[in-house]
Design a protein around this ligand. Structure first.
Ligand code: CP
Length: 306
C-alpha cells in the first residue's frame, strides 16, 4: 500500500488510488481502536514532532493519540510557550528541533503554503494539520471516511458544504478529495462567503439554503471563521442564523433525513442548532473517532517504512 506522495501537503492532485489506500488502512486501524489494548508497535523508533502555531483541540490531540497508538515517540511544540516569543526565528526554531533527529513533522500554521516551505529545509515527512485558509487534508480524509462508513461509497454522493467557504481550509480539502472520489459537491452560503469563480473547481453554488438541503444526502456545516476574516461580511450572527442556520424546523420540511457533519469547533445556535448537532442523524462524534484512525493511517503509510 505505497502512496505516490511523500508528504501530505493537501488533497489537490492526490490520486484516487492514494485516497482509497488511506481510507482502507484507516478502517483497519479503526478495529485497533475498538480493542481493549489500543496500541500496535508499527512506528516504534520513529519520532514525530507536532508543531502547532495556531490553536487546536481535535487535530492536535487526535494526531498525538494516533502517534501514541502506533508506538511512535512524540514531541509537542506550541508557539505560545516557545522561544519564538523571545525573538527566535521560525527557521532557527525548526532547525534546532530537527538537530534532535525528528522523522515526521505535523504542522499547523496560519500561513497558506507554510508546510511546503518547511519540507524544503527539513529531512522529514511533512504532514499538513491546517495551513491558514488553504488546506486541512486530514480533516477532509476523516470526513470522507465517515461518509464512506455511512454510505459504502462516495461515488455519486451529494454533499453540500454550507457556511463560510471562503475562509475555510476544510472546505477546499473536502472539495478536492470529494471530487476525486466521484461525489457531487454543492457550496452554499452568503455571496461574501463563497469565493469568486468557485465553479471552476467542478462544484455547484447556491446562495439558497433550502436548495442546498433539497440537493444533499450529507451536509458538512462550517462555522464562521471569525479569526480569519475582516468585519462586515455578514450583517450580524443573528441574521446569519436566520438565513443559513441549520434548524430542525428547516430540516423537517424535507421528507427524508440528511446526514449532519461538522468539523468543529461548533458555534451552537449560529450555523447549527444543538438539537440538530446532537440528533440521531448527526455523525459529528464519529468524525472525531475516525480522525484518530485516519491520522494513524497517514502516519503509517508515509512514515512506516522509515
Ligand atoms: N476540526 C479542527 O481542525 O478542529 P481543531 O481546530 O480543534 O483542531
Amino acid at each position: 500500500m505505497n502512496l505516490s506522495i511523500k508528504h501530505l501537503f493537501g488533497l489537490e492532485g492526490v490520486p484516487k488510488e492514494d485516497i482509497d489506500s488511506i481510507l482502507d488502512t484507516a478502517f483497519s486501524f479503526r478495529e485497533v481502536l475498538e480493542r481493549p489494548i489500543k496500541k500496535v508497535p508499527t512506528l516504534k523508533g520513529v519520532t514525530v514532532v507536532n508543531l502547532f502555531f495556531e490553536n487546536s483541540t481535535r487535530t492536535r490531540i487526535s494526531f498525538e493519540l494516533a502517534e501514541k497508538r502506533l508506538s511512535a515517540d512524540t514531541v509537542n511544540f506550541s508557539a505560545a510557550s516557545s522561544s519564538l516569543t523571545k525573538g527566535e526565528s521560525l527557521r532557527d526554531t525548526i532547525q534546532n528541533l530537527f538537530a534532535m533527529k525528528m522523522d515526521v513533522v505535523v504542522m499547523r500554521h496560519p500561513v497558506p503554503g507554510s508546510v511546503k516551505l518547511l519540507a524544503q529545509f527539513v529531512d522529514a515527512v511533512v504532514i499538513n494539520a491546517g495551513d491558514g485558509t488553504h488546506e486541512h487534508p486530514t480533516q477532509a480524509l476523516l470526513d470522507m471516511m465517515s461518509m464512506k462508513e455511512k454510505y459504502g461509497s462516495l461515488d455519486g454522493l451529494n454533499v453540500a458544504i454550507i457556511g463560510d467557504i471562503r475562509h475555510s481550509r476544510v472546505a477546499l480539502s473536502n472539495i478536492f478529495g470529494l471530487k476525486t472520489m466521484g461525489a457531487n459537491v454543492l457550496l452554499c452560503g452568503p455571496p461574501t462567503f463563497i469565493p469568486y469563480g468557485a465553479e471552476s473547481l467542478g462544484v455547484k453554488v447556491t446562495y439558497k439554503l433550502d436548495e442546498a438541503l433539497e440537493f444533499a444526502d450529507v451536509v458538512n456545516i462550517l462555522r464562521i471563521q471569525r479569526e480569519r476574516q475582516g468585519k462586515g461580511q455578514i450583517p450580524s450572527l443573528r441574521e446569519y442564523r436566520n438565513v443559513y442556520g441549520i434548524t430542525q424546523q428547516r430540516l423537517s420540511k424535507l421528507k427524508r433525513p440528511i446526514t449532519i457533519m461538522h468539523p468543529g469547533p461548533i458555534n451552537r445556535g449560529v450555523e447549527v442548532d444543538s438539537d440538530v448537532a446532537d440528533s440521531e442523524h448527526s455523525i459529528i462524534l464519529h468524525q472525531v473517532l475516525n480522525g484518530v484512525a485516519v491520522r494513524m493511517s497517514i502516519l503509517y503509510l508515509l512514515a512506516g517504512g522509515r
